[in-house]
Ligand binder design. Structure first.
Ligand code: THU
Length: 134
């Protein structure tokens, strides 16, 4: 199943809507993510911060962990929406790589405009993957 242009925009809009639930009292930088599985299900996520700062969890990982916890491990695309089209952090790139280097990453700004589009492979070249442990 490949993702169409309107489906990409829907994924961006869902991530942007989810941003309003971000818990960001410290950074004031809400991030929303929406992950589309190969079966067509969509899981959203937001960043959840903590007074003990390192315990913060990124939006992308919340979406991925929600999907995995519901039995989905094959992903088609993930949208990430921030105020200014910020890129996924290194930790989230690594977690995305665990589940496939071909997953499409859609990076958008708060107006819902696609700023960058690339695969996980492009986002994290020479990734360490489960293949290395075989
Ligand atoms: N953040 C994400 O949710 N995803 C990323 O890929 C980059 C950073 C969050 C973590 C923190 O709550 C805020 O953005 C500022 O770093």
């Amino acid at each position: 199943m490949t993702i169409t242009q309107p489906e990409k925009q829907t994924l961006i809009n869902l991530a942007n809507d989810a941003r309003q639930h971000a818990y960001v009292p410290y950074s004031k930088y809400p991030v929303g993510a929406a992950l589309r599985t190969k079966t067509g299900r969509i899981f959203t996520g937001v960043n959840v911060e903590n007074a003990a700062y390192p315990q913060t969890m990124c939006a992308e990982r919340v979406a991925i962990f929600k999907a995995v916890s519901e039995g989905e491990k094959e992903f088609e695309a993930i949208s990430v929406v921030t105020e200014n089209g910020g890129s996924p952090c290194g930790g989230c790139r690594q977690v995305l790589a665990e589940f496939g280097l071909e997953t499409l990453v859609l990076i958008a700004n708060k107006k819902g405009e696609l700023v960058k589009e690339m695969t996980v492979k492009e986002l994290l070249p020479a990734a360490f993957t489960p293949e290395h442990l075989k």
